[in-house]
Write a protein that binds this ligand. Sequence first.
Ligand code: MLT
Ligand code: ZN
Length: 466
Amino acid sequence: MNSRIATDIGNIIGDKNIIVPNTDNNDFTIDRRQKRQSFPALIASPDNTADLSKLLTYCYKNKFRVVPQGGNTGLVGGTLAASNEIIISTRRLNKIRAIHKLDYSMIVESGCILADVQAQANRNDRFFPVSLGAEGSCTIGGIISTNAGGINVLRYGNTRQNIHGIEVVLADGTIIHSLNRLGKDNTGYDLKQLFIGAEGTLGIVSAAALKLSPAPLSTVSVLCGFSRIEQSLELLELAQLYSSNQLTSFELISSVAMDNTLKHTPSISRVIPACSWYALCQFSTSSPVIDVSSLAENFLETAADKQLIKDAVLSRSISQENGLWKIREALVTAQRLEGESIKHDIAVPISKVPELVRTVDREVKKIMPSIRPYPFGHLGDGNIHYNFSQPTDMDAITFRAKESAIHNVVYNIVDKLDGTISAEHGIGTDKKALLAQYKSTADLDLMRAIRRVFDPHSQLQVGKLV
Ligand code: MLT
Ligand code: ZN
């Protein structure tokens, strides 16, 4: 980028808010999977909405391409920028503007870190339920732009269901002030929903009115082991039945994922004997009159009577509960430590998860008999991270050479089971071609038409999503 443009942008947002891309700020240039690095022309990090608006107006007039970036924790290539693009980082838009406790709402800027927002809500006896592995570094703008999911979707929904309003700056610099904190607003199109999950293609979210829930007063988690994937559905049904609507999460862990996590994480030890599958569930309540431990005990007793589980453990303290969830958090890193992986973030109707697991396993092994399936995920949402690890006797290049054949097999099965090729990580660049393959022409045409309205000069997130 020529120095005049850097000077202009410095004049708009302040020189201190310009970051020159180089190998010292890999934070902005290497993606979370650490698979690729890409240097933008410039990184601009405005610290207030008015400056963001002026910056976008300048880019619009000069037809510069822009890539919005939050914590750069995306998993599908959506956060990286090419050398002819400017990254607009939201990290310095990081103020918590207000907490409206009685409205169960909190106004935060888009660069706030999710974990900080959760903690601030907790300090006010409230709960912001979106929770995921990257919460220590992902931003509110990032979770909004990707409609992030995570472990509490079963009870509280995706990010989409936990937003009252947003403030967003359009490609031409227009600020849309829609930070209402209303649970109801039936005044025509719900425009904010367009920006949620749009991956920055329609504008840059600068702030949001988050919907808060009552803070849980007590929680209990259960890890149970079972033999057949079909039993996971019976267990989920039973957990829902016995939870009195207090079931927050229901996560599936395969034996391969469990064993590998134990192997690579010395701080975690085995808590129940080895089984083929495990379910990790949390019951939580904000009611002082509900005893979640009894609910969980009743669930386990019934599951045992019905011979659905082989073994189980129920947390008796916060530290025991944290210990169980540490297993879940460590699964992803442990897979990375085991070598190369081929990943899928897919969802099917819950009832079809067993068929998905059996069919994917069988069909992918036809392509690569020694491949190591590594499934885990959010069974309560039908969202399985059906990953594969490199065979122990195969080099990385030979493994990668089969990646697209394996993707094809998996996505065709998902499609036949009425599922989706992206349940929570989004599309970015990685799944753009797939989207074109699996969405209907009518859907794609409509998405492109919407995009054109918001981004007439094709400047935002070029080459991503649709
Ligand atoms: C998870 O559920 O742990 C993540 O969505 C999976 C991932 O980071 O690949
Ligand atoms: Zn996930």
